[in-house]
Design a protein around this ligand. Sequence first.
Ligand code: R5P
Length: 294
Amino acid sequence: MKIILGPASTELGERISELTNLEKVGVDQRTFPDGESYVRLLGDVQNEHVIIVQTTSAPQDTRIMQLAFIADAAKNNGARKVTAMVPYLAYGRQDKTFLQGENISVETVSAMLNAAGVDALVTVNVHAEDALKKFPFPARNLSAIPILAEYFLKKGYKRAFALAPDKGAMYIAEQAQRILGGEAGHLEKKRDRHTGQTSQTALNINVKGKTVIIFDDIISTGGTIVGAAKILRELGAVRVFAACVHPLLIGDAEKRILDAGVAEIVGTDSVPSHTSKVTLAPLLAKELQAPKSA
Ligand code: R5P
């Protein structure tokens, strides 16, 4: 087995290679003047099971193409199996048709990757796990919520309230609760499918005088966290943190979240940024060391 260092996740790939002692293969990646991508493998993959570590956060279309090109290059150069290790799987939120005339983007992406030579996929906290069942190859979803919760445990926030910003994310808050040992709850969030506008309300949660950590899979524009933080302050929470697996943090999201009174934003290196205080490397390395991945 060898690790191919996808250009979007070189550092994470290096860390996984160190933890697993698996040989790494570099990639020469270039962008042509018109924006098209070029890749070339810088090592031998003949008869190998290769693991391509490549996240697909923005610029997601470019990164998906790079992943497909690397998979194709690996197969063309004799790799016997290609596993795409994609910490953040782009288009995961379009996992069904919400309005007539739409496509299911995450399925389209999986079909493209399959056509390029991907035989299996490992991802982390994909937005809707059920979507993976329709992929044309085996796909595994790992959760980084326990390691995010451990970060807060080490900082001394044992028994902090784990909050999900909507009911669908309650399973995330429960995973965090198992590590933190305190309470868990969720807000209610509604989204207008035409405008994308969301509204949040609190039902039956008591956070007065408590430290609350909002756990979510993704922070994108920050609107969800800003809205949740506002409600939590109104309900008397003394301290509010925001934790997410994929800190996309588009535009001024970080500033807006901090301005809303959130003490700290903690993300993973699924999407590298200065909020990536937790690395996914041990979680992903463990997955590769499990007998089923050999
Ligand atoms: C949606 O249901 C997701 O779990 C996140 O809550 C959402 O993508 C966050 O987006 P934003 O930061 O733009 O509110």
